[in-house]
Design a protein around this ligand. Structure first.
Ligand SMILES: *Cc1c(COP(=O)(O)O)cnc(C)c1O
Length: 414
């Protein structure tokens, strides 16, 4: 049987953790073990400081701040900063809008680059917005269709053939945490003449990503999960340098114009990654993101990844050792190399159990129909947090307190 560490060993793991000091930069409430950074990252002193500065810029310098505080350039400046975290050289990432609207832009643009092909390949188990957006794009282009992994075939590779224009794929599955092999799948798409779009929502800031090295075409992702940019923080788009001259995205607003302040009558797209901008960006949110990204200048993603695997391994180990009798089924890959920074267990009463955990200060989340998700964020999650969380889970199960009627009441956001 696998060795389960005791509390003294857990303490020793925290003591030896090279990221231990990072936790002090985050603001977490007393008595809370936060295992939901994969849905909304925690606040940090750097973000609050950034917001404070932004209020000064706005109130004191008013419209001058577009130039003086560099507001206008921030989408590209922060795009390059995110590029460093996802393996993208300069000039290929822009911060803007939401992941959903960015998906619309890149999917539409990618389809236009393969006009003689009609098929989009995606996952049946995709984060739903990706599929909803694909439906929306197909509704304005005639003759396109979608093939889904898990619906039309068991694996995505067998859906990719010469009729495929675009493969739209999640790097890490939002529900199970399954991690795809970016280089191999990109190669497979390219061998068939297709383009590939990677959704990095659950990998940016969670693990090292190598977009350039994998020769990816496009990527999108959000900044409010592992990058801790704040609720509704703007998303990003990556487009490989060599494609940028061929791209035409459909939301041709003035911020994507080559000369926005020439106020010309007709649209002339900017030649670079800036063409993915549409209109005026949410500067207060972008200013918050600037603070959040400054934290990443002090950390190495390999170290983050190592700790992430150790935290998730430990969680699986402890749940299986202490809660073996309660019917939890591991939905995530047992192999840490094939898992993002989360662990999911399924249970018929996942919703109620999660509510009982949250009431006791252990915050994870529920994903319909039966998943309990626990996100592990190496910058502010300790090994002791993992230990305590499993203690609380064991207690909730042993006592049966999750059966209390209050925990069955459904909230709008789960
Ligand atoms: C969180 C998430 C999104 C979110 O899209 P928004 O437009 O920011 O709401 C999209 N895709 C995936 C895979 C996600 O995990």
């Amino acid at each position: 049987m696998k060795h389960s560490p005791d509390f003294a060993e857990i303490k020793a793991m925290d003591k030896a953790d090279p990221l231990r000091a990072m936790r002090d930069q985050f603001i977490l409430p007393e008595g809370v073990i936060y295992l939901d950074g994969n849905s909304l990252g925690a606040a940090s002193a750097a973000v609050l400081q950034s917001l404070q500065e932004a209020t000064q810029e706005w109130s004191q310098d008013l419209i001058k701040s577009w130039n003086k505080a560099g507001w206008f350039e921030l989408p590209l400046v922060l795009g390059d900063r995110i590029g460093q975290l996802i393996g993208a050289a300069r000039g290929q990432v822009v911060v803007c809008d939401t992941t959903s609207s960015n998906l619309y832009k890149v999917l539409h643009a990618a389809l236009a680059m393969r006009p003689d092909r009609s098929v989009i390949v995606a996952e049946g188990g995709s984060f739903p917005t990706d599929l909803y957006v694909a439906e929306g794009v197909m509704s304005v282009l005639s003759g396109k269709s979608m093939r889904l992994e898990g619906v039309d075939a068991p694996d995505i590779e067998s859906l990719i053939d010469e009729s495929v224009a675009v493969v739209l794929i999640n790097h890490v599955n939002y529900k199970t945490g399954e991690l795809r092999d970016m280089a191999a799948l990109t190669q497979k798409a390219h061998d068939a003449g297709a383009l590939i779009i990677w959704d990095l929502c659950h990998s940016a800031g969670a693990l090292p990503v190598h977009l350039d090295e994998a020769k990816a075409d496009f990527a999108v992702g959000c900044t409010y999960k592992y990058l801790n940019g704040g609720p509704g923080a703007p998303a990003f788009i990556y487009a490989a340098q060599h494609l940028q001259g061929q791209i035409r995205q459909p939301l041709s607003g003035w911020w994507g114009h080559a000369r926005p302040f020439a106020f010309e009558q007709t649209y002339d797209a900017s030649a670079g990654i800036g063409q993915f901008l549409c209109g005026t960006q949410p500067i207060l949110s972008i200013r918050a993101l600037k603070g959040a990204l400054s934290i990443w200048e002090q950390v190495d993603l390999q170290t983050v990844r190592q700790k992430s695997i150790a935290l998730t391994d430990l969680f699986i180990n402890l749940v299986e050792a202490k809660c073996a009798d309660y019917g939890f089924e591991l939905e995530s890959n047992r192999n840490g190399q094939k898992r993002g920074s989360q662990v999911s267990f399924s249970h018929a009463n996942s919703y109620e159990i999660m509510q009982a955990l949250i009431a006791r200060g252990v915050i994870g989340d529920f994903r319909a129909p039966s998943s309990m998700r626990f996100g592990f964020t190496p910058l502010y999650t300790s090994y002791e947090d993992v230990w305590q969380a499993v203690q609380v889970l064991e207690d909730v199960m042993k006592s049966g307190v999750w059966r209390d009627a209050q925990y069955a009441v459904r909230t709008a956001v789960t």
